[in-house]
Design a protein around this ligand. Structure first.
Ligand code: SF4
Length: 545
C-alpha cells in the first residue's frame, strides 16, 4: 500500500515569524514544496542540527558549569581512553554534563549575528577583493531536491519539475556576471557546488553552469572542484559530465542505513545505491570522497548505529563527517515529522553514539581530525590537518581556503577577510534582485579588528585544537595574551578540557576538550550569550555534541 505523502510548506522570516501549513495526502502534480529555514541558516546538504531534549547549560567556565563537568574518573582501558585518559563511560558522562548549545563556528562572527546589509557595501568589498588580487573560492548553491528528508536543516526547495533547474541556472549565470565584473581578474582557485542537491541539474544544465563559470571568472588551471551528490538520484551521465569537467571531490549523505531510522526521517537509501555512487565516481576520476552520517535521530541504538558505521567503513570513503542531529522544530516545523517515530536522542544517548563512532572509526584506521571529521591517513584532508592547513568554512572542515569565499545562488553565504554576507533565502526575493541587476544581498556583518583577531583564535582552535597567541599577536598587531587575559583566566580554570601555557603562549585543548571545542570557542566569542533557561525559550543553536 502506498504511504501518504506529507507536504509541509513553511517559511520563517528573519524576525522569526513562522507561516506554516501541514497537509497529508497525495503529492499534487506540479506542487512545489518550499522549506526556508531562518535567515542565516544556509548549510551544506547534510548538516541537520538540534536536540529538543537537551537542556540549557550554564556558561562555560562558570562555577556551575565546572561543577557539572567534574565527573568521577575510572581507569582508562580502550583506544579512545588512552588518548582522553578516561574510560568511555566517564567520557560519555563528562560530555553529557558539559555539552550545551552553541554555534558550529563555520564562521565567526556566526551567521546569527548578521544584520540587514545593503548591496552597495558588498560592491565596495568586492572591489577590495579585486584591487588586492585576493584568491577566491566560489560556492554555487543549488536549492532543489526531489523529496524532503524530514530532518533536513538546509535551504531547500522541493520540486519534481526539471524546468526549475534550467531556469535557475540562467539566473545564476546572471548573478555570476555581476560578481565576475566586480572582482575582475581575481584568481578563482576553488569551485564547490552544494545544496539542496546539485544533481537536480541535468547534464545539460550542469554544462551550462560550468560554461557560465568559465565565461565570468579567471579560474586557475589547478582549481579544485567539488560537489555534493545524492546517491538516490545521481545518474551515470551526470558523473561523466562532472568527471569531464574536472570535478575530483564529492560529498554524499548516508545518515543511517537502518530501515527503521530511514522510515523515521523519510530518507530511503540502500547500501547498493551508495556503493554504486562510490564506484562510479572513483571510475570517473574522483579521488576524494566524503560520506556524511548523523547521530541523535529517533530509533538509533548502539547496535543499529554500529552497523551503519561498519557499512560506511566498508565503503572506504576518504573522509567521514559525523554530525549531531539538530532538532529545531520551532525554526523548522517539518522536523516535527521526525518525532512521529519516537523522541530524538537525549544528550547522554548522543554522547554514547559519538564515543561509539570515534572508537569504531579510529579502530578502522581513520584519523579523528577535529570535532566531527575523520579521514584516512594520507588523504588530502589528513595531510592538511597534519600541516596545519585545515580550515573551517561554511561547509565544515576543508583542506584550504582561498582569501575569499563568494557564494552564488539563493541563500548562499560569502566571506572575505573583512566581511560576511548572505544572499536572500527566499527564491522570489533573490530572483527579483538578480533580474533588476542588483547583487542579491540580504544580510551580513563587517568585521572589525576585534572580530578578526577572535576569528583567527577560534579558527585555529576549531581546526588544530590549539592556538599560538604569539602568532595571533604578530598577525593582528596586538599583545594577545594581554588582550585575551579574561578569556585565558577562564581557559585556565577548565582543567580537564584545556590549558594555557604562558611560556609558549599556546592555548591547547585536551583530547576530551577537543570533543567540546565549540564550548572552548565560546569563551573567545564576544557575541555568545548564555541561552535562556526559561521553560518556553526556543534554542538558537544546536547541541555542542
Ligand atoms: S537531500 Fe534531504 S537532507 Fe539533503 S538537502 Fe535535500 S532534503 Fe535536505
Amino acid at each position: 500500500m502506498m504511504k501518504p505523502t506529507v507536504i509541509v510548506v513553511h517559511r520563517i522570516t528573519s524576525s522569526g515569524t513562522v507561516n506554516g501549513s501541514l497537509c497529508t495526502g497525495g503529492f499534487p502534480e506540479g506542487c512545489v514544496l518550499v522549506v526556508m529555514p531562518a535567515e542565516g541558516s544556509s548549510r551544506r546538504a547534510s548538516d541537520p542540527r538540534g536536540d529538543s531534549r537537551t537542556t540549557c547549560s550554564p556558561a562555560v567556565g562558570s562555577p556551575r558549569w565546572r561543577k557539572a563537568c567534574a565527573s568521577p574518573r575510572s581507569p582508562a582501558g580502550t583506544r579512545f581512553d588512552e588518548a582522553s585518559g578516561m574510560s568511555n563511560a566517564d567520557t560519555v558522562a563528562m560530555l553529557a554534563a558539559c555539552a550545551s548549545r552553541g554555534p558550529r563556528y563555520t564562521s565567526y562572527p556566526p551567521a546569527t549575528e548578521f544584520t540587514r546589509l545593503d548591496s552597495e557595501h558588498v560592491t565596495r568589498e568586492l572591489a577590495q577583493v579585486a584591487a588586492r588580487g585576493e584568491s577566491v573560492s566560489l560556492y554555487v548553491h543549488v536549492p532543489f531536491c526531489k523529496s524532503l528528508c524530514w530532518y533536513c536543516g538546509c535551504n531547500v526547495i522541493v520540486t519534481r519539475n526539471p524546468q526549475a533547474g534550467t531556469a535557475y541556472v540562467d539566473q545564476v549565470a546572471a548573478e555570476m556576471k555581476m560578481l565576475g565584473e566586480a572582482i575582475g581578474t581575481a584568481p578563482v582557485t576553488e569551485i564547490a557546488l552544494g545544496g539542496g542537491s546539485p544533481n537536480f541539474l541535468s547534464p545539460r544544465s550542469l554544462r551550462a553552469l560550468f560554461a557560465a563559470l568559465e565565461r565570468n571568472f579567471s579560474i586557475t588551471t589547478d582549481a579544485r572542484r567539488s560537489i555534493e551528490l545524492d546517491p538516490r538520484t545521481t545518474t551515470t551521465p551526470q558523473i561523466e559530465t562532472l568527471g569531464a569537467a574536472g570535478f575530483r571531490s564529492l560529498s554524499m549523505g548516508v545518515q543511517d542505513f537502518s530501515a527503521d531510522v530511514q522510515d523515521a526521517i523519510h530518507r530511503h537509501q540502500t547500501k547498493q545505491q551508495t556503493r554504486w555512487l562510490v564506484d562510479v565516481s572513483r571510475a570517473a576520476g574522483f579521488d576524494d570522497i566524503n560520506v556524511d552520517i548523523v547521530y541523535g535521530l529517533p530509533l538509533q541504538t548502539e547496535l543499529s548505529f554500529g552497523k551503519t558505521l561498519d557499512a560506511v567503513i566498508e565503503l572506504s570513503p576518504d573522509r567521514i563527517a559525523l554530525f549531531g542531529y539538530a532538532h529545531l522544530p520551532s525554526k523548522l516545523p517539518h522536523q516535527r515529522l521526525v518525532e512521529r517515530a519516537g523522541p530524538v536522542l537525549d544528550t547522554r544517548e548522543r554522547a554514547t553514539l559519538l564515543v561509539l563512532a570515534i572508537e569504531r572509526l579510529t579502530g578502522a584506521g581513520y584519523l579523528h581530525l577535529g570535532l566531527d571529521h575523520f579521514a584516512k591517513p594520507g588523504s588530502r584532508l589528513a595531510r592538511a590537518a597534519a600541516d596545519r592547513r585545515m580550515v573551517r568554512t561554511f561547509q565544515g572542515y576543508a583542506e584550504h581556503k582561498a582569501d575569499a569565499i563568494l557564494g552564488v545562488g539563493v541563500s548562499a553565504i560569502s566571506s572575505t577577510p573583512r566581511m560576511h554576507w548572505q544572499s536572500h533565502s527566499e527564491l522570489g526575493a533573490w530572483e527579483d534582485a538578480v533580474e533588476s541587476g542588483r547583487l542579491p544581498v540580504a544580510r551580513g556583518i563587517a568585521l572589525d579588528a576585534d572580530d578578526q583577531a577572535r576569528r583567527a583564535v577560534i579558527g585555529r582552535l576549531m581546526c588544530d585544537g590549539e592556538v599560538d597567541l604569539g602568532q595571533i599577536s604578530a598577525a593582528h598587531g596586538i599583545d594577545a595574551p594581554a588582550y585575551f587575559a579574561r578569556e585565558l583566566a577562564t581557559i585556565s580554570g577548565l582543567g580537564d578540557l584545556a590549558s594555557y601555557d604562558a611560556a609558549t603562549r599556546v592555548v591547547r585543548a585536551t583530547p576530551s576538550g577537543r570533543l567540546l571545542v565549540r564550548n572552548l570557542c565560546m569563551v573567545f566569542d564576544r557575541y555568545y550569550q548564555v541561552p535562556s533557561r526559561a521553560p518556553d525559550a526556543q534554542p538558537r543553536f544546536s547541541p555542542t555534541i
